[in-house]
Design a protein around this ligand. Structure first.
Ligand SMILES: Cc1cc2nc3c(=O)[nH]c(=O)nc-3n(C[C@H](O)[C@H](O)[C@H](O)COP(=O)(O)OP(=O)(O)OC[C@H]3O[C@@H](n4cnc5c(N)ncnc54)[C@H](O)[C@@H]3O)c2cc1C
Length: 437
C-alpha cells in the first residue's frame, strides 16, 4: 500500500515547485512571417531560431506554455537513436541510418551550447545515462548497439556487464547495461522557463490560453483562427507533439499520445539514497514497462517514471504500480512515502523516431517518442531553418517519416486500450519470466 506525505501533490509535477508554468499574455499580431503553434521546447526553440534569422515571429499555445510535456518530463538528456542501426537501415536505408547515428553528438552539443549561450539555469548535471538490460537477450542487443554507436558516431559508450553494473546501482535485477557517460540530467521546468525568457528577451510574442482552432491556406501562406482572432502568417510551424488535436488531423493520425507517469518520493535525509545509485546516473530500462528513474538534483528523492498504463488511469493507481516496480528494484524503498505523482503525454510515432518535415507547406517538428529534452529544441530550431530556407536546417531527421498505421484510423488512439491489456497481461508476464531465466 502506497503511503503519501501529508502535503502530497497529486497531479502536479515535482518540478513545478521550483518553476511552475506561468501565464503568457502577449497580444498576437495580425500578420507575422512565422507563426508557431505550441510553446513547449520545440515551439519556443523554433521561434527563437526564426527570430534570429530576421523573421517576425509569434507563438500561440492552447494552455499555459510549458504545461505540456516540457515541464513534466524526467529531465533525462540523451540523443542516441533509440533503434538499432540495422533497424534504421531497414526503415530508411543505410545512408540515413549512418547519418542519424552521426547526428547524435551534434544534437547533444547543440543543446549544451544553447543552454550556455542563453545562460539557462536548469540544474544541468553531467550524470551519464545507463540503459539497463532486463533480459539476457536485451543485453546481447546492447552489445551490438555499443558496437554500432562506437563505429557510426562520436558518442562515447561503455557496455557494463552484471559485475560492472554493481558500482552503478544497488540491485541485481539487470543483466547489464549500456552507459552513455556524456548524457546528462536537467530540471525540465527550469529549462522551459529559460526558453521562455530567451524568447521574451527577443520580444517574441508568446500567447498562452490561445488555441489555434483552424488553419486555412491563403494564396501567400496561412490564415490561423486563434483564441485572439485571425492571424495571417507566411509560414506556420506545428509544435504540438503529444498534444496534437483535431485541427491537425494529418499529424494526429501519425503522432499519438502515449501517457507516461512519474512519482517522486518524499525528501529523505541527505546521503540516504547515495548507495542506491552511487554514480547518480539517469537510468532507463529495456522492459516494455519502460521504467526510467533518477535522483532529484539535490539527491534527496527518487523520481521514478514509466508506462504505468498505456491510457490515462487514476493517478493514485498509476502511483501504486510505479511504487511497486520501484520496490522491485530497490526493496528498501518499499516503505518510502510519495510526495508527487503526475502524468503527461509522450508524442509517439509508429517508427519510434522523431521527424521534422512539412505537409503542403505546414512545417512540423514532432514525434520525439520520449527523447524530447534534446530532440524537441534541436529539431524545433531545424524546422524554423527549413521553413526559412536556411541551410542550417539540414538534418537526417528530415529523412525519417511520420507514417500511418492501420490500428490508428482516427485521430484518437483507441488502439492503446487493447495495447494496454496486451502489454500488462502478456508482455509483462513474459518479460518477468525471461528476466528471471
Ligand atoms: C512524463 C514524461 C516524461 C518524459 N521524460 C523524458 C525524459 O526524461 N527525457 C526526454 O528526452 N524526454 C522525455 N519526455 C518527452 C519530452 O518531454 C517531450 O518530447 C518534449 O517535452 C516535447 O516538447 P514539445 O515542445 O514538442 O511538446 P510539448 O511540451 O508537449 O508542447 C506542446 C504544446 O502544444 C500546445 N498545443 C496543442 N494543441 C494546440 C493548438 N491547437 N493550439 C495551440 N497550442 C496547442 C500544448 O498546449 C502544449 O503546450 C517525457 C515526456 C513525459 C510526458
Amino acid at each position: 500500500m502506497t503511503g503519501w506525505t501529508d502535503d502530497a501533490d497529486i497531479g502536479h509535477p515535482f518540478w513545478w515547485e521550483a518553476a511552475p508554468p506561468q501565464p503568457a499574455e502577449a497580444g498576437l499580431p495580425a500578420h507575422c512571417d512565422v507563426l508557431v503553434i505550441g510553446a513547449g521546447y520545440a515551439g519556443l526553440s523554433a521561434a527563437i531560431a526564426a527570430h534570429d534569422c530576421g523573421a517576425t515571429v509569434a507563438v500561440a499555445d492552447a494552455g499555459l506554455p510549458g504545461a505540456g510535456a516540457s515541464s513534466r518530463n524526467g529531465g533525462m538528456v540523451g540523443a542516441h537513436p533509440r533503434l538499432s542501426w540495422s533497424r534504421l537501415a531497414g526503415l530508411y536505408g543505410a545512408e540515413t541510418a549512418d547519418a542519424l547515428f552521426a547526428e547524435a553528438r551534434p544534437a547533444l552539443e547543440w543543446l549544451r551550447g544553447f543552454i550556455r549561450s542563453e545562460g539557462i539555469d536548469c540544474d544541468l548535471q553531467q550524470t551519464g545515462r545507463i540503459q539497463l538490460a532486463w533480459t539476457r537477450k536485451d543485453f546481447e542487443a546492447q552489445r551490438q548497439m555499443a558496437r554500432d554507436v562506437a563505429a557510426k558516431s562520436d558518442v562515447q559508450v561503455r557496455l557494463l556487464d552484471r559485475s560492472g553494473l554493481g558500482s552503478e546501482i544497488a540491485t541485481d535485477q539487470y543483466f547489464g547495461g549500456l552507459l552513455f557517460p556524456e548524457h546528462a540530467a536537467i530540471d525540465p521546468a527550469k529549462f522551459h522557463r529559460g526558453l521562455m525568457r530567451a524568447a521574451q528577451r527577443r520580444g517574441i510574442a508568446v500567447a498562452g490560453a490561445c488555441p489555434v482552432t483552424a488553419l486555412g491556406r491563403a494564396p501567400l501562406g496561412f490564415t490561423a483562427r486563434t483564441g485572439q482572432g485571425q492571424v495571417r502568417a507566411d509560414k506556420v510551424i506545428l509544435a504540438t507533439n503529444g498534444y496534437t488535436g483535431p485541427p491537425f488531423r494529418w499529424h494526429a493520425l501519425r503522432v499519438f499520445a502515449l501517457p507516461s507517469f512519474i512519482i517522486a518520493t518524499e525528501q529523505l535525509p541527505a546521503g540516504d539514497l547515495a548507495h542506491l545509485a552511487p554514480g547518480r546516473r539517469t537510468m532507463v530500462e529495456t522492459r516494455a514497462r519502460h521504467s526510467y528513474f533518477r535522483l532529484s538534483p539535490d539527491g534527496r528523492r527518487v523520481l521514478f517514471g514509466g508506462r504505468a498504463a498505456m491510457r490515462p488511469v487514476p493517478l493514485e493507481r498509476a502511483a501504486e504500480r510505479l511504487h511497486a516496480t520501484m520496490a522491485g528494484i530497490w526493496a528498501e524503498l518499499r516503505g518510502v512515502k510519495l510526495s508527487h505523482v503526475w502524468m503527461g503525454n509522450v508524442g509517439y510515432t509508429f517508427d519510434h523516431m522523431p521527424n521534422v518535415g512539412e505537409d503542403r507547406g505546414l512545417h512540423h517538428a514532432m514525434g520525439f517518442s520520449g527523447s524530447g529534452t534534446v530532440m524537441a529544441p534541436y529539431l524545433g530550431a531545424k524546422a524554423a531553418y527549413r521553413a526559412l530556407g536556411d541551410p542550417r536546417g539540414a538534418t537526417a531527421y528530415a529523412d525519417t517519416r511520420l507514417r500511418r498505421h492501420p490500428l490508428h484510423p482516427v485521430p484518437t488512439p483507441h488502439f492503446l486500450r487493447a495495447a494496454d491489456l496486451w502489454y500488462r497481461h502478456w508482455v509483462d508476464r513474459i518479460e518477468t519470466w525471461r528476466g528471471r531465466a
